[in-house]
Ligand binder design. Structure first.
Ligand code: MG
Length: 231
């Protein structure tokens, strides 16, 4: 546990929490590729020509973005397919080690948590309900339906979370595993903790400007308790 992490927790009172990664590995590579195929199939059925990068991507959210800008008539159906695939994945997903402990630690120490996810709120909700974690979060903010341009790193979700929490940005910390989580935090003046499963990702998150990088949600749960005890 680093002093830097404890200082960060001492200066913040609320959490903005990314979902896929720090809470659960919702879409491992194979499942994500499968969902990208399903969303692509909607575009193909509608006769939409795909670019090479959209044909090859294993990220269904990239397909969704493409639909929004290149085939708006298909957007609703692509979004529906994306949401269904995420909900199906959420039913199979297990918590990231330490995630439940982290949410419990925040709850016990009265540090409110708002989930800010580029996945659908339905999938976050299904996952949290299934694992009895739902009562530990104040609010779930998912991808704005049919408006993929508002996904992180767009500041919309962070702005909404700050309004719900009624906090200044500087008193909040975002926890996420993507460079975009760090970018949106910096743009919104929110502190950030990168969650990195690999050393490479840790380097990327650090380079993006994360205030701290962790590799273990259990350690973060412990740090929350330590910080509260020092108050
Ligand atoms: Mg993530």
């Amino acid at each position: 546990m680093t002093d830097q992490l404890l200082a960060l927790l001492a200066h913040t009172t609320a959490v903005l929490l990314d979902f896929d990664g720090p809470v659960t590995p919702l879409l491992p590579a194979d499942r994500n590729a499968h969902l990208a195929d399903a969303t692509r199939a909607v575009l193909r059925e509608a006769g939409t020509g795909l670019t090479d990068s959209v044909s090859a991507t294993s990220d269904h959210l990239a397909v969704l973005r493409f639909a929004a800008s290149n085939a708006p008539a298909t957007l609703e159906a692509v979004e529906r397919t994306a949401v269904q695939g995420e909900v199906d994945a959420a039913r199979l997903a297990v918590p990231t080690p330490g995630a439940a402990e982290f949410l419990a630690a925040c709850h016990q120490t009265r540090r409110p948590v708002v989930v800010v996810s580029n996945n659908s709120a339905d999938s976050v909700e299904a996952f949290l309900q299934q694992h009895h974690l739902h009562d530990l979060v104040q609010e779930i903010l998912g991808r704005p339906y049919g408006e993929p341009s508002l996904m992180k790193p767009h500041p919309e979700l962070v702005r909404r979370a700050l309004a719900i929490l009624d906090r200044q940005p500087q008193s909040c910390v975002m926890i996420g595993d993507s460079v975009t989580d760090i970018e949106v935090s910096r743009a919104a003046d929110v502190h950030s903790i990168g969650y990195a499963k690999t050393p490479e990702r840790g380097t990327e998150l650090q380079r993006a400007g994360a205030d701290a990088v962790i590799t273990d949600m259990t350690a973060l749960a412990e740090a929350i308790h330590t910080s509260a005890a020092a108050d």
